[in-house]
Design a protein around this ligand. Sequence first.
Ligand SMILES: [Zn+2]
Ligand SMILES: [Zn+2]
Length: 308
Amino acid sequence: MTAPLRTTSRGDHPMNDILTAALDAAGRGWPVFMLGRSKRPVANCRACRPVVAGGQHDPASCGHLTCHGFYAATTDPARVAAIVAAVPGGQLAVRTGAVSGLLVVDVDPDHGGTPSLIDLAVKGIAPRTLQVLTGSWGTHLYYRHPGRHMPSRPMPSRPGIDVKADGGYVVMPPSIHHRTGRAYQWRQGSGDPVEMPPALIAACLPPPPVTGAPPSAGRITTTRGRGISHPDKLLSAHLDAVRLAPEGKRRTTLYGAARGVARMVAAGALDHTAAVTALTAVGEQADQTAREIRAAIAGGFRDEGIAA
Ligand SMILES: [Zn+2]
Ligand SMILES: [Zn+2]
């Protein structure tokens, strides 16, 4: 089934290269989907917008080719071909987490990632594995997902390094980075994804809660479906993080809080409208414009796979 969809004209047509790469990934059991040209998820169709769909719509079983971000990801070759064709000029992305068996360590030099990568290598906890050189001179290290729940989040204490696992995705080669115009590329000879040693798994997980520590949205994590014991305390911690954020950090803190609150909505611990109202109010208290607030909430919710 795969063969007839493949292109033989590698190199002379970017979308054929994207299709080839997408089918190769799908053949490895990695669900792929397309992002827009500028790396943002493709907008949902009218029927799938929350105002039309209300709370009744399950993104995971929607079935539309390009709606709901990574929920559209698939390994079915015919469907992969249709998705690639539906987003010309888009970027190819692979869903990470247990669903694909992948955990990607994302080192972003734009955010100070390089020294931390050296730090990781020196400590010997990030073994050699399949690697991508990203279009922005970053590195994606592809590991085998360890099986337990691994949230997608910034790696604790290592600025510029993100863990892309459950609930996440990464852009794949040969997508073209929208700012640099450079293609993502596989590092030659970097092999297949290897198992994560226990030290690397530990480095990727949230640190255990510290009693008496100041509230931090980044430290508090929830597990979908497992229930949240103190939703009111958790919500105030997220909101306090925004209130306490220094000027210059408020926008990113609001985005982080939006992600945390989105996870609460996903876990059924908080009503969607109440979540947006609370985040909007705290954003206003932190002197964010209406536009910045809307963008932070939409981005946070989207990155947790929830329509804002
Ligand atoms: Zn749709
Ligand atoms: Zn839908």
